[in-house]
Design a protein around this ligand. Structure first.
Ligand code: PLP
Length: 392
């Protein structure tokens, strides 16, 4: 049988490390899992309480609203006003999605068709590359740089030299996997550029609340004129540790919101209504939760960076995300990231994500996800120190 849309997909490299981890655990070994970005913190108590309460009411068992119940969209508007000073019309500028990943994927279906082109940062969170490909579009990569001036030049250059002219530019800061962060001035300049060139901006803001050392990641909608050209995905996955609940939102340009709403009304009946009710109450009544989560990740980040420095692996401290992006130490560089990460599962009992899993631009790196507690992170760096004997 032939499955033309998926036949050409490369094997998911993360499964290689995952299988090694499962194998080692089956053999009774302890593996410290810093691979997959799957938050380990419990969801807010209030979310669980409200979910249970709402699930007991049979009125909530029916199909819900695909775009999100009105109170949920109002809660998002309140959150954006409180957190970013951005005013949103809950009726026309907010739509509920089944996680940012679903929202992003179907949005690409709405915005792109065969032959269109799109700019995507590289390396990238895999779906940023694959959703446009599924829609039949040509992806033009923009190599990321930690220096936002350089990246802006790359973006403008790639736009000018791409044919057909890109219809969409994908952005995502704080960035997974590289942890690159930008400021509001960068967002303003990209918005100005997009308005001038008449191109749509899609900002995946999955790490909206995870900025460190006082850094507050800007929403693209804080930039003047952004709503003319931009939409943003905000997710409860990381900010509220609600990964499994599948609650996110797309906000911004009302025409794009309406277009996604139209497609989704054909495809789904929305998230289970008790989940929408619980998410509404959580945003309204637990506004402090994202800050608490951020403190936990920031402290884990410090523990990891200090531990790595102690074993002679110098890695810059990220300013955002729940990750650390580390260059493979020079004596091990030639192994490549899959071989290096596989060796670390076997020799150190530590699972990391190989950088090449985020595209060729990620080769030469591994990604640590801060999803184990500090004691385990300390244990991981001690194990790494013992295994990486060439670090001296
Ligand atoms: C950049 C980015 N976007 C989206 C997601 C997934 O978010 P959600 O759980 O809301 O689908 C992730 C999760 O790792 C991510 O890193």
């Amino acid at each position: 049988m032939e499955f033309r849309r998926i036949n050409g997909l490369p094997p998911y490299v993360f499964t290689i490390i995952d299988s090694l981890k499962v194998e080692a655990r089956r053999a009774g070994e302890d593996v410290i899992d810093l691979g997959f970005g799957n938050p380990d913190l419990p969801s807010p108590d209030i979310a669980v309480e409200k979910l249970v309460e709402a699930a007991q009411n049979s009125r909530n068992h029916r199909y819900s609203s695909s775009r999100g119940i009105p109170k949920l969209r109002e809660a998002v508007a309140t959150l954006y006003e409180r957190r970013f000073g951005v005013t949103l019309d809950p009726d026309s500028e907010v739509i509920n999605t089944i996680g940012a990943k679903e929202g992003f994927s179907h949005l690409m279906w709405v915005l792109l068709q065969a032959g269109d082109s799109v700019l995507v940062p590289a390396p990238s969170y895999p779906i940023h590359l694959f959703a446009p490909l599924f829609a039949g579009a040509n992806v033009r990569e923009m190599p990321l740089s930690n220096d936002q001036e350089t990246f802006l030049e790359t973006l403008q250059d790639r736009f000018e030299y791409s044919w057909p002219r890109p219809r969409v530019i994908v952005l995502s800061f704080p960035h997974n996997p590289t942890t690159t962060c930008v400021d509001l001035d960068f967002m303003q300049r990209v918005v100005d550029f997009a308005r001038e060139k008449d191109v749509i901006l899609v900002h995946d803001f999955a790490y909206a609340d995870l900025g460190y050392d006082g850094y507050m990641p800007p929403s693209i909608l804080e930039a003047d004129g952004a709503k003319e050209v931009a939409v943003e995905l905000y997710s409860m996955t990381k900010s509220y540790s609600m990964a499994g609940w599948r609650v996110a939102f797309m906000v911004g340009n009302p025409q794009i919101v309406a277009a996604l709403q139209k497609l989704k009304s054909y495809l789904d009946y929305g998230t289970f209504q008790p989940v929408q009710i619980a998410a509404t109450v959580t945003m309204n009544e637990a506004p402090e939760y994202p800050d608490q989560a951020r403190e936990v990740y920031e402290s884990r980040r410090n523990t990891l960076i200090d531990g790595l420095a102690r074993i002679g692996w110098d890695v810059p401290a990220p300013r955002g995300t729940m990750f650390t992006w580390a260059k493979i130490p020079e004596p091990y560089e030639e192994m490549g990231s899959v071989e290096f990460a596989s060796m670390l599962v076997r020799e150190a009992g530590v699972a990391l994500s190989p950088g090449v899993g985020f595209g060729p631009g990620g080769e030469g790196h591994v990604r640590f996800a801060l999803i184990e507690n500090e004691q385990r992170i300390n244990q991981a760096t001690r194990n790494l120190g013992r295994a990486l004997t060439k670090l001296g």
